[in-house]
Design a protein around this ligand. Sequence first.
Ligand code: NAP
Ligand code: MG
Length: 457
Amino acid sequence: MSATSGELRIVNPANEQTIATMPPAGLEEADEAIARAAAAGPAWRAVSPGDRARLLRRFAEAVDGAIEELAALEVANAGHTIANARWEAGNVRDVLAYYAGAPERHSGRQIPVTGGVDLTFYEPLGVVGIIVPWNFPMPIASWGLGPALAAGNTVVLKPAELTPLTAVRLAELALEAGIPEGVFEVVVGPGSVVGWRLVTHPAVRKVCFTGSTSVGKAIMAGCAEQVKRVTLELGGKSANVVFADADLERAAATAPYAAFDNAGQDCCARSRILVEESVYERFMELLESAVKNVVVGAPTDPSSEMGPLISADQRDVVAGYVDGSTVAFRGNAPEGPGFWYPPTVLAPVGRDETAWREEIFGPVVAVVPFEDEADAIQLANDTEYGLSGSLWTRDIGRALRVSRALETGALSVNSHSSVRYWTPFGGFKQSGLGRELGPDALHGFSELKNVFISTEG
Ligand code: NAP
Ligand code: MG
């Protein structure tokens, strides 16, 4: 993307070809979209729960019918492998279908009181602003959209300028499914203008932001001005902790995919591998062959396991981190046009080294040995982040002890499970605020109201 001559140029990161141009929206278009969403609010919240559920199911079905089309857009726009892009479009369908079950079940309570009846109600917030990054444009959009609409809110979505195409198509599919005009608006424009307007506009009652920690902090501070609700999903530097008693072969065979999926542009990437000293050498041998076997290639090829980075800028950032560090070994990457970067393993790495501490957001993983369980926990927690993580051990007591000790929001034992829409997702510490997905997501899109009705007189 570049803003020269006023047009947004949408680029295929696998070959650097321009695939679309579009005029960027500015403040005026943002205000108009917010006004449409605000105007659509009263009618949308008045739609009966059963009808709102039916419309969301239809929206899910429309997405299901467009899986190949949406996946192809993401392959071309974000360089995601076709296998991943199909999963992502399917995830949107599943998130919408899951939250389509919510409107009729979003019940308040009746709480015992004397002299009357006490009832609680979940009220919609109003307009919800969703700001989405370029790394997973479709799923992240749907994680806000599904529960927000189910709870009776209307939505203004701002995709990243680099990757707006699937968001634009999702808004069309919503209309085709019968979701009324104004209920789901998409505005494609710069974050500092359109995204920031969602923070400052008083009609927007909540901002869901996913992206960098620095912008997230500014959004939180901006929202404080109106005590605006905010959910933040920010960066990560998650640990993959491998104990000596683990199934080393499986731990090593899966570690590359936990770090290099989506070319490492994943806030959940397990980009720090911690290995118990006694098995460090053996683990590194196994890891080397696994990394060399990662298939990096054309995103359109179904056998590709990793595609390019999103942009030349991102590649420069990633290369900058690697330049100051020691490369143990690398995988392959295609030559020629496209923002390619090979899977890269850094070792030995100091515990204070930048590449060990900062989120790189590329296919780079660093490996550090640890002494014992206490050292592993200390090392894993020695970060400002706390989003995901994995641990590998056959000792169930240790698995539970370490799971409880790690300061992180989404952990997997003997696996690198990806996000499941029906389980909660979100970060500890500077990885975020609030939780998305799971059975309680609607609480983040509702105000809880308490009403006392006197039965006296
Ligand atoms: P970013 O600047 O935080 O962008 C994320 C989203 O916020 C985009 O839609 C962006 O719009 C928008 N935005 C930017 N500035 C804004 C502002 N002042 N007010 C409101 N919205 C704003 O992230 P990035 O520049 O794309 O990536 C930078 C780094 O962030 C990456 O290298 C990575 O480390 C991290 N990152 C993390 C995640 C994650 O999932 N946690 C995702 C992406 C990036 P525009 O881009 O259209 O301007
Ligand atoms: Mg940015």
